[in-house]
Design a protein around this ligand. Structure first.
Ligand SMILES: C[S@@+](CC[C@H](N)C(=O)[O-])C[C@H]1O[C@@H](n2cnc3c(N)ncnc32)[C@H](O)[C@@H]1O
Length: 233
């Protein structure tokens, strides 16, 4: 399927407060029922298999977090495995951040954290908003910024661009809000393919990376920060 870059309405709050709330509700439904939360478990299992985390307090930042519900599901899963995780949700839009989660309104391109100051950095359904353009390597810069602040790993979960999820989300559209009917198919159409993700990750400066095919047309990307940052542990 050909890449088609598009503007997404939820990103710029292009709707009434009620429509934005419904759009965020749809996203959580999609994450819960269409493979978001379950594919994260696969991604974490792979990461922990390569880089076991110590039984000491750990910090996690979720970037482009929206309501933070996916972050909460991830931290609950990690805590269930005996890990002690303190997590913060970061989003550019204060209006998207949930009231029940530790949250911060900021731009993902300029994370307000020192180098190697967080153990883990994650993002979900976020990377597809960023694509390198000639003279404007926005996606590469985003990966570099997440790597800059991470000590142990950056974990990314997003859609895989292909016709099946595109047709599926279009077929389900009548049940969704106006914003999701607009943004859903466009998100798939501007998602990465596995090969594109490998090329992007290869230029990120990570010490090592892995792209995983996850259930329900999701792709996972794990970036391990440069060795110098491991040394700071
Ligand atoms: C498709 S939503 C995904 C939200 C959440 N991760 C989820 O899976 O439910 C993308 C989110 O990224 C946020 N966003 C877009 N550009 C951003 C930026 N430059 N910095 C921080 N957040 C951004 C939007 O406000 C929106 O909440």
């Amino acid at each position: 399927m050909r890449l088609r870059l598009a503007h997404e309405l939820l990103d710029d709050d292009e709707g009434t407060p009620a429509e934005i709330e419904r759009g965020l509700g749809d996203l959580w439904w999609i994450n819960r029922h269409l493979g978001g939360v379950s594919s994260w478990r696969r991604l974490w299992t792979r990461f922990l298999g390569v880089s076991p985390l110590p039984a000491e307090p750990l910090t996690l930042l979720d970037v482009g977090a929206g309501t933070g519900q996916v972050m909460e599901a991830n931290t609950a899963w990690l805590r269930h495995r005996g890990l002690t995780v303190t997590a913060v949700a970061l989003d550019r839009r204060l209006t998207h951040l949930g009231v029940d989660v530790p949250a911060l309104a900021a731009d993902a391109n300029r994370l307000p954290f020192a180098d190697a100051s967080l153990d883990l950095v994650t993002c979900n359904l976020f990377l597809h908003h960023f694509h390198d353009q000639p003279g404007e390597p926005v996606a590469s810069r985003l990966l570099q910024e997440m790597l800059r602040v991470a000590r142990r790993g950056v974990l990314i979960n997003d859609l895989e661009r292909s016709w099946w999820p595109y047709l599926a989300i279009r077929a389900m559209s009548p049940g969704f809000s106006r914003l999701t009917r607009h943004d859903g198919p466009r998100s798939v159409a501007q998602a990465y393919t596995r090969r594109e993700l490998e090329v992007l990750a290869g230029g990120s400066g990570a010490a090592r990376f892995e792209v995983l095919r996850l259930p329900r047309y999701r792709l996972g990307l794990i970036l391990w920060p440069p060795e110098a940052q491991h040394a700071a542990l």
